[in-house]
Design a protein around this ligand. Structure first.
Ligand code: NDP
Length: 334
C-alpha cells in the first residue's frame, strides 16, 4: 500500500505529447513514471535545449514523434538518480543527445528521463550541465562537422563557409572554426545579426540571397570547406564553389531537403560531400567531440550565444525556431 502511495505521488513536470484527433496534442503536465520507457539509468534532468528538430516535433511536423504519450526534447543534461549499470552511479552528471530520444523515446522536456547507459556521455571535467546544453545537439553536431572537415584534411588558413550561421549549429560552427584558425564566412538571412556573427569570429558576412538563386554547377573556386545546415539550392551553390579537393559537411535541412546539383564538382574537382549524423554517432566519436567542445569553447563563448527559457516557454518558441527567428542556442531550464 505504502509503495503504491509513493508511486502515485511521485510525479514530475514534463511537456507531454499525446495522440489526438488529426495529429497530436502537447501540454505541460504533471507526469509519472509510466511516461518513461524501461532502461537501466534514470536521470533527474536539469537542462534541455530547443533544437530545430524539437520545433518540428512540437508542431507535429516531419513525423518526428513516433510513440505516444511521450516527452519531446532530443537532448538533456542532468544527474543520475538511479542506475542498474556499473558505468554510472547516483550523483553522476551526464549528457544525452540523439539515439532517437525525443523521437521514439521519451526525452528531455521532462524533469525525469530514463536512458540506456550506452547512450550516456559523462559530463566533461569543468563543464556545467547548463553549458553542456548551451552546446546541446546543435553544438555537438557543429563539432562533428568540424571534425569531418579535419579528417578530410582541410587545413586552417583556408576560407570556410558556414550556412544558417546565426542558428544553433551555425553559430557554434562559426565560433569553433574561427577559434581553430579558419577564416570563416558566415551566410545568413539576417543581416541584423552581423555583429553577433563577427563577435563569434566570422571574418565576413554573406547575405543568404547571394546563394539562394540556382547557379551554375561549377562556379569560381572559393571554399576550402563548408559547414552546411540548410540544404537545397544553397548547398548546391556551396558545393559548386568549393575548391578542388575541398569538402562540404552537410548536416541540415532548414532550407529544404533537395539537392539540385550535378556530379561535376565531385568528378572534376574531387570535392567531397561529407554527411553528418549526430543521432547515431558512435560513442568513441561522441566522447572525442565532447572533450574537444570542453577544450575549444569558453563559458564566455557560450554565454554570448545562449538565451535561457523555462520549460513552460518552450511551446511558444517552436514556431520561432522553424521560422529561423531564434538566434544561437536556447537552453531550457527544467
Ligand atoms: P536553427 O533554427 O537554430 O538554425 C537554422 C538556421 O538556418 C536559421 O537560424 C537560419 O539562419 C537558417 N535558415 C532558416 N530557414 C532557412 C531557409 N528557408 N533557407 C536558408 N536558411 C534558412 O536550427 P539548428 O541549428 O538547431 O539546426 C540546423 C539544421 O541542422 C536543421 O535542419 C536541423 O534539423 C539540422 N541538424 C541536424 C543534425 C544531424 O545530426 N544531422 C543535428 C542537429 C541539427 P540565418 O538566419 O543565419 O540564415
Amino acid at each position: 500500500m505504502r509503495a503504491e502511495h509513493a508511486m502515485s505521488t511521485d510525479t514530475f513536470k514534463a511537456i507531454v505529447a499525446r495522440k489526438a484527433e488529426g495529429g497530436q496534442s502537447v501540454a505541460l503536465e504533471q507526469a509519472d513514471e509510466s511516461l518513461l520507457p524501461a532502461a537501466d539509468v534514470t536521470v533527474d534532468v536539469a537542462w534541455s535545449t530547443l533544437n530545430y528538430k524539437d520545433g518540428l516535433a512540437l508542431k507535429g511536423l516531419g513525423r518526428i514523434l513516433r510513440t505516444f504519450p511521450m516527452a519531446p526534447g532530443i537532448d538533456f543534461a542532468g544527474t543520475v538518480r538511479t542506475s542498474d549499470s556499473p558505468e554510472f552511479k547516483p550523483g553522476d552528471q551526464v549528457i544525452l543527445t540523439g539515439w532517437g530520444v525525443g523521437e521514439t523515446w521519451s526525452g528531455g522536456f521532462s524533469a525525469r528521463a530514463r536512458a540506456r547507459s550506452e547512450w550516456l556521455v559523462k559530463l566533461p571535467e569543468g563543464m556545467s550541465p547548463r553549458q553542456a546544453m548551451a552546446i546541446g545537439t546543435a553544438g555537438f553536431t557543429a563539432m562533428l562537422c568540424v571534425m569531418a572537415l579535419e579528417r578530410h584534411g582541410i587545413e586552417t588558413g583556408g576560407e570556410v563557409l558556414v550556412t544558417g550561421a546565426a542558428g544553433g549549429v551555425g553559430s557554434i560552427a562559426v565560433r569553433l572554426l574561427s577559434r581553430l584558425g579558419y577564416r570563416v564566412v558566415a551566410l545568413t538571412g539576417r543581416p541584423e545579426e552581423a555583429g553577433f556573427l563577427t563577435g563569434l569570429g566570422a571574418s565576413e558576412i554573406l547575405d543568404r540571397a547571394v546563394l539562394q538563386a540556382p547557379g551554375k554547377p561549377m562556379q569560381s573556386e572559393r571554399w576550402a570547406g563548408v559547414v552546411d545546415t540548410v540544404g537545397g539550392t544553397i548547398l548546391a551553390n556551396a558545393i559548386a564553389a568549393t575548391k578542388a579537393e575541398g569538402a562540404v559537411a552537410a548536416c541540415g535541412l532548414a532550407g529544404g531537403t533537395d539537392l539540385p546539383t550535378t556530379v561535376l564538382p565531385f568528378i572534376l574537382r574531387g570535392v567531397c560531400l561529407l554527411g553528418v549524423n549526430s543521432v547515431d554517432a558512435p560513442m568513441a566519436r561522441r566522447q572525442d567531440a565532447w572533450a574537444r567542445l570542453a577544450r575549444e569553447l569558453t563559458p564566455a563563448d557560450l554565454d554570448g550565444l545562449t538565451q535561457e527559457v523555462a520549460l513552460e516557454d518552450v511551446l511558444g518558441l517552436a514556431d520561432d525556431i522553424l521560422a529561423g527567428k531564434v538566434r544561437g542556442r536556447t537552453v531550457v531550464r527544467i
